[in-house]
Design a binder for this molecule. Structure first.
Ligand code: 5AD
Ligand code: SF4
Length: 447
């Protein structure tokens, strides 16, 4: 690769996959801003493109090569953007990317992106660089302070996973479970609230495994962290995602009943409603223990909106076993959910299991599952029609005077009125659709 005599000045970060990637993408942007770059305006080509990739399902890696092809097609090295591949595909297939895609200048894993500025200096000199080290959470100490202005913000509190579900790449790409220190999190939360955030979503691959020592040196879990963050006066809403049923403590259940700022929404993946499949997935819980846990949470917070993740067509899944998933869905009554066809991930135990399920069978099961989930979601939305609730205004709608925000149950609500982004408003939910609700403005809270 030749040195460049026109060093890049503008950038674009394209994040794929989970909310953690969105958070990482924002922080890479902040690093680049600090280095004197500016974000390329919408619709304009950027000098540097960071592809922040996801490896969890499907042929994500193949998608990266087609993205790279599109960015460089018909362009000389001088005209083509500089390309960095970040995220979980970078972690899992870094070397392969470097050899298959000569136009990629940098490959940087999710635990190493704080070193992006140094790698950029090298890339400008024509040196390609790969960094997929996994130092224990050093990156957060090297990132610039948060400056983002927006009413909702993500805050990564925990990374990695030790659960080793047999289908999942996360323990390999994100490494083992690490919790960020309590003091750092309180500082970062206060800064984002000072910058205008009214809602914070605490992120972690296994967020309820977070643990730390509070200011008095007492050992606390996610519930303790939530209670502490709830003391920040201008922070009005707290959410967290994603949890594992086995790390759900009685303290966290209690939090849902006691901490008003903790929103009545819980994303708790179950993956399957059948115990043999759950065992083969190494989920370490049963359908029954999952349902019991949800009962406890519902007892603490009766209006809680429940969400989950599902995989259909795990190797060996029979029709009867799949039907157990359908029954579980109706028993829970989900407000929202994510469902996927099983996708064999190289290096995971399930990828080499016998009885891989045919694509047509998976397609059919996914369709039937999604029908149920959509029916659940519609029923949940309809159950809120006529009620009053608060909405945090997030953005302008398509029409004059129209605004969009989220209800406490994470539903999209649109309404008309004289408000601004970041307001917490009281609306009456006048009509429920399958994916959003219409509200009528009652009052704007003085905050
Ligand atoms: N195939 C399909 N879905 C998967 N997920 C994780 N790994 C796979 C895979 N190999 C889903 C799970 C998880 C969500 C983030 O992605 O449902 O909870
Ligand atoms: Fe993957 Fe979640 Fe299982 Fe961890 S708990 S291995 S992140 S599916």
């Amino acid at each position: 690769m030749k040195p460049t005599d026109t060093p890049p000045k503008t950038y674009r970060v394209k994040s794929f996959g989970c909310q953690m990637n969105v958070y990482d993408g924002e922080r890479m942007g902040e690093l680049l801003n600090e280095k004197g770059f500016s974000q390329a305006p919408d619709g304009e080509d950027a000098d540097l493109v960071v592809l922040n990739t996801c490896h969890i399902r499907e042929k994500a890696a193949e998608k990266i090569y087609s993205d790279i092809g599109r960015l460089t097609k018909g362009k000389t090295q001088k005209k083509a953007p500089m390309i960095a591949v970040a995220g979980c595909v970078a972690q899992a297939e870094g070397e392969e990317i470097m050899s298959r895609a000569p136009s990629v200048s940098m490959v940087v894993g999710p635990q190493a992106y704080h070193r992006l500025p140094d790698m950029l200096d090298k890339a400008v000199k024509g040196e390609r660089a790969t960094d997929t080290d996994m130092p224990a959470i050093a990156k957060f100490d090297s990132l610039p302070a948060r400056k983002k202005r927006f009413p909702t913000a993500f805050l990564t509190v925990q990374e990695g996973c030790d659960k080793f579900c047999t289908y999942c790449v996360v323990p390999y790409t994100r490494g083992s479970e690490i919790s960020r220190p309590f003091g750092d999190l309180v500082d970062e939360a206060m800064r984002i609230v000072d910058n205008g955030a009214r809602e914070i979503t605490l992120l972690g691959q296994n967020v309820n495994a977070w643990s730390g020592d509070d200011a008095k040196g007492r050992s606390i879990g996610l519930d303790g962290l939530i209670r502490e963050l709830a003391k920040i006066p201008d922070l009005h809403r707290i959410r967290y995602t994603t949890s594992h049923p086995n790390d759900f403590t009685p303290g966290l259940v209690a939090c849902h009943g006691e901490v008003e700022k903790l929103m009545p929404y819980l994303h708790l993946p179950v993956q399957s409603g059948n115990d043999r499949v759950l065992k083969a997935m190494n989920r370490q819980h049963t359908a029954e223990s999952y349902l019991r846990l949800l009962e406890e949470v519902r007892a603490a917070r009766p209006d809680i909106a429940l969400s989950g993740d599902f995989i259909v067509g795990f190797p060996g899944e029979t029709e009867a076993e799949f039907k157990d998933t359908l029954s579980l869905v109706d028993e829970v009554g989900y407000a929202q959910a994510y469902s996927f066809k099983y996708s064999p991930r190289p290096g995971t135990p399930a990828a080499t299991m016998d009885n891989q399920i045919a694509k047509e069978v998976m397609d059919d099961r996914l369709q039937r599952l999604q029908e149920r989930l959509n029916r659940n979601q519609k029923a949940f939305n309809a159950s809120k029609a006529g009620q009053n609730c608060t909405v945090l205004v997030e953005r302008k709608g398509k029409f004059e005077n129209q605004w969009l925000g989220k209800s406490p149950w994470l539903q999209s609500v649109w309404f008309e009125g004289d408000v601004t982004i970041g307001d917490l408003v009281e609306v009456n939910l006048v009509e429920a659709g399958p994916n959003s609700l219409e509200g009528a403005l009652r009052e704007v809270a003085a905050i």
